[in-house]
Design a protein around this ligand. Structure first.
Ligand SMILES: C[S@@+](CC[C@H](N)C(=O)[O-])C[C@H]1O[C@@H](n2cnc3c(N)ncnc32)[C@H](O)[C@@H]1O
Length: 224
């Protein structure tokens, strides 16, 4: 029997580390990172309190992640990212903002959701501007696929939300189809949702808008 390697939603590049990112990656990961493990973790004991838990998949350089966490001290946030300079950048921002409600798991989100987060434990999941993988032969690498959305749904509490934003029209159409096909999810809008106040406009997004790209938000809730 041949076993196929898993299809990844990312390619690990060497990437350029700024001095601050490298320093943060090396010195702050033990403080704000949650190491990958094949065993379930208890987020309430990691944060030292019971509070709503929001997961962000693919936090990139962490600008949005930190802004949202700083504006919502009443909630706890867990970011998942695989790109080392991005992890360093987020760690540096957590330290500079003195945030106690944001941690990062530096690993593949699929494995984190399968092994570390169990049960219906999340109040919300953010996936902002996932890699679009525009070529047809790469579509299988897209994060938003029915199996993955089913896994996300398993981890959401009843009434919890899944929020995706993208500036790629065809990825938005694909995601709308996949989310609408998951029976446990209910669209909060007729199709795309207005950008909620908690999602700040990023520089990347403002640049896209100048180029005429339309940003689409999809916000679905899990049936109670
Ligand atoms: C296009 S970037 C968007 C970053 C950020 N959300 C933003 O809006 O600027 C997508 C990010 O998702 C990360 N990513 C892709 N697949 C992932 C996975 N399976 N687990 C964790 N991170 C992933 C990539 O490393 C990349 O940083």
């Amino acid at each position: 029997m041949s076993s196929h390697p898993p299809i990844r939603s990312y390619v690990l590049r060497q990437g350029y580390f700024s001095h601050a990112q490298r320093h943060a990656y090396e010195s702050l990961l033990p403080r704000y990172g949650i190491p990958f493990s094949e065993n379930p973790i208890d987020l309430d004991s990691i944060f030292g309190r019971t509070a709503p838990k929001i997961l962000e998949i693919g936090s990139g350089m962490g600008e949005t992640t930190v802004e949202i966490a700083a504006q919502h001290p009443e909630k706890d946030f867990v970011a998942i990212e695989v790109h080392a300079p991005g992890i360093g950048s987020l760690l540096d921002r957590i330290e500079k903002h003195g945030l106690t409600n944001l941690r990062i798991i530096p690993h593949d989100a699929k494995l984190v959701l399968q092994h570390m987060l169990t049960g219906e434990s999340l109040d919300g999941i953010h996936i902002f501007f996932p890699d679009p993988w525009p070529k047809a032969r790469h579509h299988k690498r897209r994060l938003i696929q029915s199996d993955f959305v089913s896994l996300l749904c398993n981890r959401l509490k009843p009434g919890g939300y899944l929020h995706i934003a993208t500036d790629w029209e065809d990825y938005a159409i694909h995601s709308l189809h996949v989310l609408s096909s998951e029976q446990r999810l209910i669209n909060t809008a007729a199709d795309y949702a207005p950008r909620p106040a908690y999602r700040p406009l990023t520089k990347f997004e403002q640049r896209g808008m100048k180029l005429g790209h339309t940003i689409r938000d999809l916000i679905f809730t899990k049936a109670a």
